[in-house]
Design a protein around this ligand. Structure first.
Ligand SMILES: Cc1cc2nc3c(=O)[nH]c(=O)nc-3n(C[C@H](O)[C@H](O)[C@H](O)COP(=O)(O)OP(=O)(O)OC[C@H]3O[C@@H](n4cnc5c(N)ncnc54)[C@H](O)[C@@H]3O)c2cc1C
Length: 434
């Protein structure tokens, strides 16, 4: 099965078309092979090249580098994610560990953009966890008490102030966190592609189909050619399972987003000319909505268990309908046909929301499964897995490895039934919030 992306992602369409694309056109060998060129793989390649300047490093991707989830996400670089309060100190401690990793993720992306002078529309404007339902007040109050204990600056806003700030009357209340950055995900990942060092060879449109470990070498088979490598790092995130990597610990989810055209001056004035903002839902299946730097509205309100190799136009069209409804609910004065682009992307989930970061066998490493928050964590894990695979250590690795490991998934029929019924339940709970 071939990985095929739709090519209607608003972020990617903002970028220049690349012309320097190389594919695997003969058998090769290398010291290091990285599979997957998103934030994780590209960051692993960057770090490996620094650690081993004279070794041969190859990074491959089944499609164009950075045009998987990394180029098509919603662009929230988060410091915190919502929780509805903890009953024990142990749970609070575990949440803190999660936010420690987010903090490292933000630092590593910040350093990357500073070192390479990257313009990715970076805006440290914080984020809102918003709801149109007063019943969610308790959840936000509990979340507020967690954030207070961990010293995250935040405040709760009521309808009137929110409407002024966001330009929509849709929301009743929100918790605003000062931390958290909004950025252009496509520009960020494209910068990671553009600055790949010269001892890294990037091969695109080259999908790994099968791999076999043979003593101290790993044979990787592509459509027509093969690569023999000493070490391999799997960074395929939503496609880890299909390559047989930690397959009982992660599963793919398909997320879909749409973006409007730039609002006209009159339309923008009509909604009160708000500054750039980002809203995350209080109920898990509610909508993520952003007002971008250049006055476009982004909405993501679907998450589905769906075969990641089957991205059809008709599926996308159905999801688009949902997003038209979401925009109309929030901005009833805008015209109906204002959405300019819609796209899907694949993420990876684990049962207990822990990420995967490990050596799976001698010379075989994997990093992934960020459960929808992979901009910072993916960049961090990519760099750190390269350090770990080089038999070196770091404070970051210590922090990453002190988190709980992903737990085993139930066997297939139960997993599918379990995940699907959970999503149906969450969709039902969030039906006012799409
Ligand atoms: C719609 C959407 C919204 C999101 N919003 C956010 C957000 O706001 N904030 C946030 O932090 N995260 C968000 N995410 C998640 C985030 O995008 C991911 O966690 C992150 O991109 C993971 O990066 P990665 O490099 O590990 O994986 P990817 O970017 O998925 O890269 C993996 C690469 O592996 C390649 N690949 C797969 N199989 C093979 C193979 N067999 N051979 C060769 N190559 C292969 C793929 O083509 C792909 O390019 C969102 C994701 C989506 C889809």
């Amino acid at each position: 099965m071939r990985i095929v992306n739709d090519n209607n992602c608003g972020w990617i369409n903002d970028l220049d078309t690349r012309s320097n694309i190389k594919t695997l056109d003969k058998d090769k060998s290398c010291d290091w092979l990285i599979i997957g060129a998103g934030y994780t793989g590209l960051s692993a390649a960057r770090k490996l090249s620094e650690l081993h300047p004279s070794q041969k490093i190859i990074i491959v991707d089944a499609q164009l580098a950075g045009e998987g989830a990394s180029g098509r996400n919603s662009g929230y670089l988060v410091d915190t994610t919502l929780n509805d309060g903890f009953t024990s100190d142990k749970e609070l401690f575990n949440y803190k560990k999660k936010t420690d990793i987010y903090k490292l993720g933000i630092e590593v992306v910040k350093k990357f953009i500073k070192d390479h002078q990257v313009d990715c529309d970076w805006n440290e404007c914080g984020k809102f966890f918003a709801s149109s339902n007063q019943k969610d007040r308790k959840i936000l109050e509990n979340f507020s008490s967690t954030l207070t204990k961990l010293d995250f600056a935040h405040n709760i806003l009521e309808k009137k102030n929110l409407a002024k700030r966001l330009g929509t009357n849709f929301y009743d209340l929100a918790l605003y966190t000062k931390g958290g950055i909004l950025l252009h995900p496509g520009k960020l990942v494209r910068a990671m592609v553009n600055i790949l060092p010269s001892n890294v060879e990037l091969l695109e449109n080259s999908q790994l189909n099968k791999w076999i470990k043979n003593k101290d070498k790993i044979l990787c088979k592509f459509n027509y050619f093969k690569i023999i490598t000493k070490k391999v790092i799997f960074c395929t995130n939503g496609f880890l399972k299909s390559l047989g990597i930690k397959k009982n610990y992660n599963f793919p989810l398909t997320l879909t987003a749409s973006m409007t055209r730039t609002l006209t001056d009159i339309e923008f004035k009509d909604i009160g000319e708000p500054n750039e903002w980002g809203v995350l839902p209080v109920r898990p299946m509610g909508a993520t909505v952003r007002m971008t730097k250049n006055k476009r509205i982004l909405i993501r309100n679907t998450a589905e268990v769906h075969n990641p190799f089957k991205m059809t136009k008709s599926n996308l069209d159905k999801r688009y309908q949902n997003q038209c409804i979401g925009i109309r609910k929030r901005f009833p004065t805008l015209p109906d046909n204002i959405i300019e682009s819609s796209w899907s992307g694949i993420v990876s989930r684990t049962r207990n929301s822990s990420q995967i970061f490990e050596k799976v066998d001698d010379n075989i490493f994997v990093a992934g499964c960020y459960n929808g928050s992979g901009i910072g964590v993916g960049t961090l894990f990519g760099e750190q897995i390269a350090i770990k695979a080089s038999n070196e250590n770091s404070i970051e690795i210590k922090i990453i490895e002190s988190r709980k490991k992903p737990t085993l998934l139930p066997p297939k029929p139960f997993l599918n039934i379990g995940v699907k019924s959970r999503l149906i339940y969450e969709r039902f709970r969030a039906k006012t919030e799409i």
